[in-house]
Design a protein around this ligand. Structure first.
Ligand code: ARG
Length: 482
């Protein structure tokens, strides 16, 4: 139960690096001789080669990676190997290995997130003006462009990348030199070791230094949110690649066949993206469990930090690669997307907004359109197939003689101006003396293109906004990390 070498062996690169830096510092401070240092460095180099090549022979007595390396080092260089642990404890040693490892993983996660961000930008560019339905409650709600939908994930990842950058910054203080908990009885130079190992500073309190695992919690927290985002992407890809949606086909490399049904192509990787997120979150919760109520300073409980971190790191790395592979390789089906977006019922908000422009309070307009939708659905027709008479039953604004110009005038010049601003082409027609009826505008609103292009508010789905957004996204991707 005490043994951790089965899983902490992956810390060997950090352990060798810190031991080399520690040996150099001990010699620089005249705590060991230059010859001892050279013997230690030579021996560590050989241990490193064996570990790299997989020829390092672990023995049953190796409790953890730190003891295994020191044991074999001593076999190679003799009793001088025992001098390496001068002015060091496994408590500050393991904290140092782990913080170095976490720092590297936080950097790699930022790079992996950036690769997925780039893939999303590329696919958004290719599908800038492909219309599709946007959903709420998984019911078709309002049409959007596929680019707009894909870029929603881009902005989630921007925030994920910032969270990983924060986790990396939490790895900036060197624990080594704290000793078991209270510091050491030698005139060490911790700044020298910090510089050698790429730490910005030295942990200022030895008790905190050996007890701190906040950086691992911060990494796990960032990983949890990121994995949760990827699970939403996975969930959508599962739906979209089904025959019912038919919005996309996933690349073969990220799909699987069925062992019994030859016609099937299953979105396994997308399903796993969905299911991996709670696993990562469980590791965050698990490490919180290890840490909570733990008296200072080192307790063996802390050995349980590693598997939570390691499994989350591995899982996230896989999930990011899978998401990128599926996004880059998916082929989208323009006709299916457009047909789903062409469902007239999803223009209901646009019809309501037309009535609002004619002066009806939005809540009332909502009611009128709900009535129109009911008539259309009950009679198996599209909204555009309703007759002007049927429109007039729902609202007198649609009745003959209720021309919008008259309406506007009766509501005073201020209102008339608002109505004027609503549509340039209408203003032009008005100036040409044409009087337009609300029912005519109703049928115009239901002609497809207007639904998407009317969403011109900042951050909205209209094409000019989409182009702006892509430009901003590219700048954020190439710009300095947070
Ligand atoms: N394998 C241990 C761990 O992962 C290393 C530290 C052991 N320290 C001790 N005082 N027993 O935490």
């Amino acid at each position: 139960m005490n043994t951790s070498v089965g899983f902490d062996r992956r810390l060997w690169p950090q352990d060798i690096a810190q031991s080399s830096a520690h040996a150099k510092m001990l010699a620089a401070q005249d705590i060991i001789s230059a010859e001892d240092r050279d013997a230690l460095l030579r021996g560590l180099e050989q241990v490193k080669e064996e570990l790299e090549q997989g020829s390092f022979a672990f023995v049953p007595e190796d409790e953890d990676i730190h003891m295994a390396i020191e044991r074999h080092l001593t076999e190679l260089v003799g009793p001088v190997g025992g001098k390496l642990h001068t002015a060091r404890s496994r408590n500050d040693q393991v904290a140092t290995d782990l913080v170095m490892y976490t720092r590297e993983c936080a950097r790699e996660a930022q790079a992996g997130v950036a690769r997925l961000m780039r893939a999303l930008i590329e696919r958004a560019e290719e599908h800038l003006d492909w219309s599709m339905p946007g959903y709420t409650h998984l019911q078709r709600a309002q049409p959007v462009y596929l680019s707009h939908h894909l870029l929603a994930y881009f902005w989630m990842l921007v925030r994920d990348r910032e969270r990983f950058a924060f986790a990396e910054r939490q790895c900036a203080a060197l624990p080594l030199g704290a000793g078991a908990l209270a510091g050491v009885n030698f005139a060490t130079d911790r700044e020298l070791v910090a510089g050698e190992l790429g730490f910005a500073r030295v942990a200022p309190n030895s008790i905190d230094a050996v007890s701190n695992r906040d950086f691992a919690l911060d990494y796990l927290s960032a990983a949890s949110t990121c994995a949760t985002h990827l699970s939403r992407l996975g969930g959508e890809l599962v739906l979209w690649s089904s025959a019912e949606f038919g919005f996309c086909e996933l690349p073969d490399a990220w799909s699987a066949g069925s062992s019994i049904m030859p016609q099937k192509k299953n979105p396994d990787a997308a399903e796993l993206l969905r299911a991996k997120a709670p696993r990562v979150v469980s590791h965050l919760v698990g490490l919180h469990g290890v840490m909570h109520g733990l008296p200072l300073t080192y307790n063996k409980d802390l050995q349980e930090d590693k598997e939570h971190l390691f499994d989350a790191v591995d899982t996230l790395e896989l999930a990011l690669a899978a998401a990128q592979g599926m996004i880059s390789g998916a082929s989208f089906h323009r006709e299916r997307l457009a047909a789903a977006a062409g469902d007239e019922l999803i223009a209901a908000t646009d019809v309501a907004d037309l009535l609002v422009r004619l002066g009806l309070p939005f809540r009332q307009a909502h009611g009128v359109v709900a009535g129109l939708v009911r008539v259309a659905v009950d009679s198996g027709r599209q909204l555009s197939e309703l007759t002007p008479e049927e429109l007039a039953v729902q609202s007198e604004l649609f009745a003959p003689g209720s021309a919008r110009d008259g309406e506007a005038a009766s509501r005073g010049p201020e209102r008339a101006n608002e109505v004027k601003r609503a549509s340039e082409s209408e203003v032009k027609r008005a100036s040409e003396g044409e009087v337009k009826r609300a029912s005519e505008e109703y049928y115009e609103v239901l002609s497809r293109d207007s639904w998407l292009e009317s969403k011109r508010s900042l951050g909205g789905s209209a094409l000019p906004r989409g182009r702006e957004q892509l430009e901003r996204a590219r700048a954020v991707l190439e710009g300095p990390a947070a």
